[in-house]
Design a protein around this ligand. Structure first.
Ligand code: ADP
Ligand code: MG
Length: 262
């Protein structure tokens, strides 16, 4: 792979509050002899305690960029740094630690374990991370309530709607209290009321807990809740507005749970 050969020593190019930094990050795919430029020379600073939305049409490069910010994929040129260290330089052990404690990912496909209940899906990563039983239980109950699914705790994913599964996958990420949550179209399966509540939950985690969130969306009605809005167009990033956020997170309410099946 034609990865960037330039090495960056820890903290070299990280300014105080930046947790993840993309520097001229590009990702190309070779497909049947054709080169697809999925992400082109993106520069992005994810700062502590900031909520960033990436808005763009399908195929614009959102998932590719988010995967690189998570270290799940690497740029073909340029770099992505986590606290100043190039994610391409992480060894397996360091990467596992990073994913276990620092970065939470909400996948577009939810990635829930089908044989586990909603409760167990949320609890498992905390168990793996060595969080004690009492703490696990209180956090699991708390986040399930936060996403409005306290009463669905015992259900398995196949007994839940797409939107409910999506909320479980968000609860699972939030429960870990990572430094950063990277969420790929986390409201893609939700109606507008629930989508707004999930963005409200992110807003709350950012404003009250100091977490950072990067969420992709194609729903423009939600973006005012974030601090920075970038348009992703043809693999390129364009900052549109900064500091727009006037959402009153003290008004945070849990999402509405549909009760028709009860
Ligand atoms: N594994 C892959 N191989 C080839 N092309 C890919 C691959 N993944 C994504 N692409 C292409 O890269 C571009 C950006 O895709 P993606 O990041 O999934 O966009 P979005 O998430 O905004 O819909 C698209 O043109 C897509 O077809
Ligand atoms: Mg996508």
């Amino acid at each position: 792979m034609n990865r960037a050969t330039k090495k960056t020593t820890a903290l070299e190019s990280t300014t105080g509050n930046t947790i993840i930094q993309a520097i001229n990050a590009s990702r190309e795919y070779q497909l049947e002899g054709e080169i697809i430029y999925a992400v082109r020379s993106v520069n992005l600073d994810v700062e502590k305690g900031k909520f960033i939305t990436l808005v763009g049409r399908s195929g614009s490069g959102k998932t590719t960029l988010l995967n690189m910010l998570a270290g799940l994929d690497h740029p073909t040129s340029g770099q992505v740094l986590f606290e100043g260290m190039d994610l391409s330089d992480y060894n397996e052990k360091q990467f596992i630690q990073l994913r276990r404690h620092r970065i939470g990912v909400v996948f577009q496909s939810f990635a829930l374990l089908p044989l586990l209940s909603a409760y167990e899906n949320v609890e498992l990563p905390m168990r793996i991370a060595g969080i004690g039983a009492k703490e696990r239980s209180s956090r699991t109950n708390e986040v399930l309530e936060m996403v409005g699914l306290g009463r669905r705790a015992k259900h398995r994913p196949y007994e839940l709607s797409g939107g409910e599964q999506q909320r479980i996958s968000i609860a699972r990420a939030v429960a870990m209290r990572p430094d950063v949550i990277l969420a790929d179209e986390p409201t893609g399966e939700l109606d507008s009321v629930n989508a707004a509540e999930i963005f409200g939950l992110f807003r709350h985690m950012v404003s009250e807990e100091g977490m950072s969130v990067v969420a992709t969306t194609h729903d423009r009605t939600l973006i005012d809740m974030s601090d920075q809005i970038y348009i992703v167009n043809n693999g390129m990033l364009e900052l549109t507005e900064v500091g727009l956020n006037d959402y009153d997170h003290s008004q945070f309410k849990k999402p509405v749970t549909v009760t028709e099946s009860e």
